[in-house]
Ligand binder design. Structure first.
Ligand code: P6P
Length: 362
């Protein structure tokens, strides 16, 4: 019987913890917190509510469908992509809390308008991941992470953005699905909040999420099998119970929406993999290191899981460019480490050619 989150709004005996209240409580755990960081997380929650209002009625307003423009990755921008991108930008550009923003929808660092004050935080976000699924009513998501500025001067620089994931202050995602949930961590556990549209509040529904020890699912696009490396092929056979020591085969679930696949595996146990492939285009994977992988890796590690590019921890990679991609294996630590084992064993050629910057490399 799966645990059905209790409903604090219906059952008054439960403490009604809104995300704002929870963030305030988390702030008290950081003695030198100034409240600006707290307010920034609350701003993200408000942005999520505004985006949720559009994603759940996309079919009813003329906000569906593609535009005639493409993002930095050459992907057709959906109207909702642009709405979500602008909503997050406008929620943060004037607050005096942010020194720079980076969005998957823009190819350069987004400066704070000169007439606004700047602050100590860098906001990195994918405003609407998986947006190509919107027209077919599949869950999509927002992914965000926050770094502290370390360079001198008022304005954020590219160096403030290109920090390793292990230096992140916070990370989170919003999943716009059968219900809207916001999940976040500030390095002291992972907490999930479900939006109650009746009161317009995110209510704590998943306190202290830990990835279940017994994994149920693996998520990969099997359609790319022709281009998988030998190591990835062996790993997938192992997941299917057809290689190595006998263990129960995992079920295959793949939605093609990273936040949805990650969220299911976080709550039920499993692994999402978007590996490098042998074709020219895919040798560094598809998932964006800054806008997607770092945030989800921080959350996975905080929930007792792990995230790797197949060689080492995602959180150890020193990014060298905004549009950097990475192979991604994320979920139960035992599964991720098994993937690394097979890649070490069978993909020595790929490893010799794949050179992300890792802590201590340079
Ligand atoms: P494929 C969406 O564009 C995305 O970045 C992720 O949300 C998703 O996991 C992946 O691409 C799906 O890619 O190649 O399987 O269609």
């Amino acid at each position: 019987m799966t645990d059905i989150p209790l409903d604090p709004v219906e059952d008054s005996s439960l403490k009604l913890v809104t995300i704002e209240r929870h963030i305030q409580e988390q702030q008290r755990l950081h003695p030198n917190a100034t409240g600006k960081f707290t307010a920034m997380l609350q701003d993200m929650a408000l942005a999520a509510k505004l985006i949720a209002r559009q994603t759940t009625r996309a079919g009813l307003s003329n906000i569906l469908g593609p535009t005639d423009s493409r993002n930095v990755f050459g992907e057709v921008q959906q109207k909702l992509d642009i709405y979500a991108d602008q909503t997050i930008f406008k929620m943060n550009d004037h607050t005096g809390r942010v020194c720079a923003m980076v969005s998957e929808e823009h190819d350069k660092l987004i400066d704070i308008p000169p007439h606004y004050d700047t602050g100590n935080y860098v906001l990195i976000y994918d405003p609407l991941d998986g947006s190509s699924n919107i027209d077919v009513n599949v869950s999509v998501g927002t992914i965000f992470s926050i770094h502290r500025k370390f360079t001198r001067g008022e304005r954020g620089t590219i160096d403030d953005v290109l920090q390793e994931g292990k230096r992140l202050l916070a990370a989170g995602y919003v999943i716009y699905g059968s219900s809207t949930m916001m999940v976040y961590t500030t390095g002291r556990g992972v907490f999930g909040f479900t939006l109650d549209p009746g009161i317009g509040e995110f209510i704590l529904s998943h306190p202290n999420i830990q990835i279940p020890l017994k994994p149920l699912y693996y998520s990969v696009n099997q359609g790319h099998e022709k281009y998988f490396t030998p190591g990835t092929r062996h790993f997938i056979k192992w997941l299917q119970g057809m290689e190595g020591e006998g263990h129960a085969p995992l079920s295959h679930r793949y939605i093609g929406s990273l936040v949805s696949d990650f969220h299911r595996n976080l709550l039920k146990g499993g692994i999402f993999l978007y590996p490098a492939t042998t074709d020219e285009k895919g040798q560094y994977g598809k998932i964006r290191l800054l806008h997607e992988a770092q945030a989800l890796a921080f959350i996975a590690e905080q929930a007792g899981g792990h995230a790797s590019d197949g060689i080492g921890p995602i959180l150890d990679i020193k990014p060298h460019s905004l549009e950097q991609r990475t192979p991604l294996f994320i979920g139960n630590r035992e599964l991720v480490e098994k993937a690394e084992h097979y890649i070490r064993e069978h993909d020595k050629d790929w490893i010799s050619r794949y050179k992300p910057y890792r802590l201590g490399d340079i």
